[in-house]
Design a protein around this ligand. Sequence first.
Ligand SMILES: Nc1ncnc2c1ncn2[C@@H]1O[C@H](COP(=O)(O)OP(=O)(O)OP(=O)(O)O)[C@@H](O)[C@H]1O
Ligand SMILES: [Mg+2]
Length: 238
Amino acid sequence: MSSEPMLKVSGLNAFYGRAHILFDVGLEVGRGEVVALMGRNGAGKSTTMKAVMGLLPRCQGEVRFRGTDIGSLPPYRISRMGMGFVPEDRRVFSDLTVMENLDTGRQPPREGAPQWTPEKLFRLFPNLGEMPKRPGGHMSGGEQQMLTVSRTLMGNPYLVLLDEPSEGVAPVIVEQMANMILELKREGLSILLSEQNLHFAELVSDRAYVLEKGQIRFSGTIGELAKNETVRHAYLSV
Ligand SMILES: Nc1ncnc2c1ncn2[C@@H]1O[C@H](COP(=O)(O)OP(=O)(O)OP(=O)(O)O)[C@@H](O)[C@H]1O
Ligand SMILES: [Mg+2]
C-alpha cells in the first residue's frame, strides 16, 4: 500500500467548450479525512468533482487516487477503483424500490475500505429501513438524498465525493446528513464534500478549501476558516 494521500489534485484546469472554468486547482484529501470544498454558486465546486471523477471532456492537470494517476481514466474505471460520487442532482431510479436502488450500486468488497450491506446502511439511515419496498419516485427529497448516498456506499468506496449534501433538504435531514458523515468518518471513509454552508462544514470537516471563480483562495483547517473573517466575507456568504 502506498503512503500517498487518498486524493491529490494538482494544476487542474477545466473547460466547458471554450470557457475556462478551473484554474490550476490543487487539493488533497488525506486517508480518513473529511475535507470541505467551499465557495458560492458558480465557484467551480461541482466542476472540480466532475473533473476528478473523469466526467469532463476537457481538462488538464494531475489527479492521483491512492497513488495512481487516474487523469486519463474513464469514470467507470475510477468508480471501480473505489471512488464514489454523489452528484448534486442526486437521481434515484424512480421505478425501482429502495432495495433495488441499493442493488444497482453493489461492488465487491475492497481491502482497507469499510464494507456496506443494506442492513448496515439501514442502521445509518433508519428512515430507509422503514421503506425497503418503496419506489424511489415516492420518496421525499431528503429520503432520496439518503438513498443516493447509500447506493454509492454499496460500492464499498475508499473515498466519496459528496456534492452539496445539505442543499435543499429540510433542517432535520441536514442534521441527519451531518451525523451520517461523522459516522462514515468513524468507519474510516475519506470524504470530499462541496458545501456553501459554513456551519454544516464546521460540524463535519477537518479541513477546507475555498474556491472563487475557479481558483483556490484559501486552504486551512476548518477552525482557521471559521476564524478568518476576511476570507469568509470575500468568498462565502457569511
Ligand atoms: N455544462 C456547463 N456548460 C457551461 N458552463 C458551465 C456548465 N456547468 C457549469 N458551468 C459554469 O461553470 C462555472 C462553475 O460551475 P459549477 O457548477 O462548478 O459551480 P458550483 O460551485 O458547483 O456552484 P453551485 O453551488 O451553484 O452548485 C459557472 O460559471 C457555471 O456557470
Ligand atoms: Mg455545484
